[in-house]
Design a protein around this ligand. Structure first.
Ligand code: PMP
Ligand code: GLN
Length: 391
């Protein structure tokens, strides 16, 4: 029996959403939209069921979606991807991450991630029996950033994978080309595979551009790029994701995926293929409007956090704002988040949930909280009012 412990325990997001339901508090914890994506895509999923796409789809993903992913990467980033051998459709980005780590890392291998990191990374690394090492991100006047010295120091002869995430959950940072270049050069020097989680690729603000590390020369031939329809299209429950990269790496991940889920839900693949194939039309319009609306909702939440006395860092992407509760006198954000429903009628997530227990980053971010702004404006206003009572 695998006793839940350490990196493989219950997820903080499910725990916090359950707390919100139990207490009736405003849920600014788990990042999921409270309004669904485009109706015509729901219709496309329903049509796919009616048309009989209800038996096992191909293990690598339906051809329409693999071709649409390749075309998307070409159109947005100028990347040439072979849809036959270099794309794998997965059950969300979560399965792409787990299958990649299980396929490419094992005992004796080190997997490097940024810290704070999305919680499934540590769990998958632990399930693979590999060692997790991190590169710290620090809050400062430029937002959360990396230090070149620490990037260099984190790589060793045992580094097998370097798993990055941009735009970054939970800090909202968008990694700069110079950071990506250094990471890619270090990966090349240590012959490590780069894995990049880009699920928020289209959700950046203030004109900041997302740069896929796969577009950098040093990353060529050693990068697996992961994304998902969940965030881009506001269908987090559909769990359609994908990855692309060199054929031999994709084949290794596909081998593992066969025995995790075998294939990804057919009707939803058809609907996502419709969305990506229409990337010049309704989809582009939808995603552009979503990013603009998220930017204004981000500003609303930043104003509320500032008024409530938090020291928040302005995010350049994602669904999230990270804010320090220390100015309000709270030194332990985990404790604060447990009490927040009763203190202020709001649910949020402590940044410590994205850190390795006892690490220097865990200590540094002890008083930091993550709030999501992917909620309707009326909900955010309700949250803002509730937070004002903390002062
Ligand atoms: N990576 C990051 C950084 C995320 O925030 C999330 C979840 N929202 C995922 C991966 C998982 O994506 P999916 O729902 O497509 O599995
Ligand atoms: N990615 C979402 C978040 O960070 C949660 C997804 C999940 O609960 N697995 O809030």
């Amino acid at each position: 029996l695998l006793a839940p412990s350490g990196a493989v325990a219950s997820t903080i997001f499910a725990e916090m959403s359950e707390l919100a339901i139990r207490t009736g508090a405003v849920n600014l914890g788990q990042g999921f939209p409270d309004v669904d994506g485009p109706v015509h895509l729901c219709e496309a999923a329903i049509a796919a069921i009616r048309e009989g796409h209800n038996q096992y789809p191909p293990g690598a993903g339906i051809p329409q979606l693999r071709h649409a992913v390749a075309a998307h990467q070409e159109r947005h980033y100028g990347l040439t991807v072979d849809p036959e051998t270099e794309v794998l459709v997965t059950a969300g980005a979560t399965e792409a991450l787990a299958a990649t780590i299980l396929a490419l890392a094992g005992p004796g291998d080190e997997v490097l991630t940024l810290e704070p990191f999305y919680d499934s990374y540590a769990a998958s690394i632990a399930m693979a029996g590999a060692t997790h090492r991190t590169i710290p991100m620090r809050p400062g006047p430029q937002g959360f950033t990396l230090e070149a010295e620490q990037v260099r120091a984190a790589f060793t002869d045992c580094t097998r994978l370097v798993l990055i995430n941009t735009p970054h959950n939970p800090t909202g940072a968008v990694l700069r080309t110079e950071d990506l270049t250094l990471l890619a050069e270090q990966a090349a020097a240590h012959d490590a595979v780069i894995v990049t989680d880009e699920v928020y690729e289209h959700l950046t603000y203030d004109g900041v551009a997302h740069v896929p590390i796969a577009t950098l020369p040093a990353a060529a031939g050693r990068t697996l790029t992961i994304s998902s329809a969940g965030k881009t299209l506001s269908f987090t429950g559909w769990k359609v994701g994908w990855l692309h990269g060199p054929a031999e790496l994709v084949t290794a991940v596909r081998t593992v995926k066969q025995f995790l889920t075998y294939a990804t839900s057919g009707p939803f693949q058809h609907a996502v293929a419709v969305a990506l194939a229409d990337d010049d039309g309704a989809t582009r319009e939808y995603v552009g409007a979503l990013a603009a609306s998220l930017q204004s909702r981000r500003d609303l939440l930043l104003g509320a956090l500032d008024a409530a006395g938090f020291a928040a860092v302005r995010p350049e992407g994602t669904y999230f704002v990270a804010a320090d509760a220390a100015p309000l006198g709270f030194t332990d954000a985990a404790e604060l988040c447990r009490r927040l429903p009763e203190l202020a009628g709001v649910v949020a997530v402590p940044l410590s949930a994205f850190c390795a227990a006892g690490s220097p980053t865990h200590e540094l971010l002890r008083s930091w909280v993550r709030f999501t702004f992917v909620k309707q404006e009326s909900v955010l206003r309700q949250g803002a009012e509730a937070l004002a009572s903390l002062r």
